[in-house]
Ligand binder design. Structure first.
Ligand SMILES: [Zn+2]
Length: 185
């Protein structure tokens, strides 16, 4: 079972991967440096009128999903920019911006293992475990996925040919960059 939450105009939904990972430079966790402090500073500066904040467990241990509920509605693009600023996984945040720019109706959403007390979910699906980006839609296994999910980050930007940690490293120099160098794997 999975609970779907489609961002409303009073909601900033934040995907906080590796929330407890400590950043070498600051010594603080990602949750502290990118979420709590940035949220605190925005509230202190009266830039966000926050009604409530709720953190939910993700499918992956140590990953959290954040609901920031606002007192008053906020335009979509502003909410998506705040989402990115508040530490949302950048693959997701950038794909959400692309989905919004392309007019997708539900550019920002969270899929949780269980409903949360913030509010009732917008949809429930029977899927167990994390949805597989490649098959959930293609095989028509999940109705909410087909209706709500829209293009994935890979569909927006292209799937990686190699993992970040492997593959050839190509040194680019100032000046014209050859297509061959760009396409090397
Ligand atoms: Zn599903």
């Amino acid at each position: 079972m999975a609970a779907w939450y489609l961002a409303r105009d009073t909601e900033i939904l934040v995907d906080l991967d590796d929330a407890h990972k400590v950043l070498a430079q600051s010594g603080g966790s990602r949750l502290e440096m990118f979420f709590r402090r940035r949220l605190r500073d925005a509230i202190r500066a009266q830039l966000l009128d926050v009604q409530s904040v709720y953190l939910a467990d993700s499918y992956t241990p140590g990953h959290l999903h954040g609901f920031v509920t606002l007192e008053t509605p906020m335009p979509l693009m502003e909410r998506l920019i705040w989402q990115a600023w508040l530490g949302c996984d950048l693959f997701r945040a950038r794909a959400d911006l692309m989905r919004a720019e392309r007019g997708h109706r539900y550019p920002s959403l969270l899929i949780l293992p269980a409903p949360v007390p913030v509010r009732a979910p917008d949809a429930i699906c029977p899927c167990d475990g994390k949805h597989d980006t490649l098959t959930a839609s293609a095989e028509g296994q999940c109705a909410p996925w087909v209706v709500y999910r829209g293009p994935s980050p890979w569909q927006c930007f292209g799937p990686p040919a190699t993992k970040l940690s492997d593959g050839a490293r190509v040194t680019l120099a100032p000046g014209w960059v050859s297509p061959g160098d760009i396409m090397r794997v």
